[in-house]
Design a protein around this ligand. Sequence first.
Ligand code: GDP
Ligand code: ZN
Length: 317
Amino acid sequence: MIPASMSNIRQGLVVRTDAKVCHVEVDGRVQHAVPRGILFDGEQRNPVAVGDQVEIDLTSVPASLDRVLPRKNWLSRIANSHDPREQVLAANVDQLFAVASVANPKFSSNRTDRIFAACMWQRIPTTLILNKIDLGDPDDLAAIRATYEAMPIEVLETCASDGRGIEAVRERMAGRTTIFYGASGAGKSSLLNGLQPSLKLKVGKISRYWDQGKHTTSFSQIHTLAFDARVIDTPGIRVFRPFGVPIGNLRDLFPEIVRYQVKCRFNGCSHDHEPECAVFDAVDRGDIAASRYASYVEMLDEVRTAKVSDEEDDAAE
Ligand code: GDP
Ligand code: ZN
């Protein structure tokens, strides 16, 4: 047996994945490594994701990525409308921050509810970061806050332009690995620059390199911040379809629905057409936000009919 100190095998953290090569941090240095072909024989579209702990063999240049160590958790979605396989966006994370702007672009409940459902499925804790509070109408802001606090999910308000709320974001990120997820233009890069100016991320959706028509697969990247935090910046994902959720489990990913559904007449009530549906009644009374219910029904329809719209796919694909 070769002693560990003489072997060329090292363990490291995947900090970025490109089409063919992974960037792996080993002892503070980033090495390029190419995943072995055999890793692609599994069912996932991408066998290696940002956040993975991997073994690389430095005998060749570039190094060979031989093994992905077991994951604590991962966030995945259906790759796209032409490819129903699982696309893993990040692995081994502590939490996800859904970054949304209250205006410009305007808040999307559908986008927010989809990612929260996916995180519920993968048991990833979530927080809603409502950015651009300088541009939003205070009544809109209060309504969004009430909807998500009812889940319950913590809601933090920020203004990346003047720094309001950034301290609270920093506190919750310290010592953890956090995914930043949100629409292109919501302010993720601006917030990250506010958290750590030395990152100097490009701000403004046009200048971001993955928007410049390079037809690579979308990739995520890990940044290590000074306050013992790691952040995974995800690219502009247009539509997030959670992967592998059986149709009967979709309703369990909406905590407000779970609270009321015990009173439905039918045990397996899907809450969209059955009589004496306690969930529908709760929506009617305003006890469940109509926007949350609408997101549920849309996702349910999608799973039922496997219906997808091409326009909704990511530009990169
Ligand atoms: P990303 O695509 O999510 O990374 O968004 P960016 O950080 O690139 O920001 C998109 C645009 O929104 C840029 O022009 C920013 O200057 C602007 N922006 C970001 N945060 C705020 C904010 O809190 N208030 C205002 N008014 N503009 C913001
Ligand atoms: Zn029901």
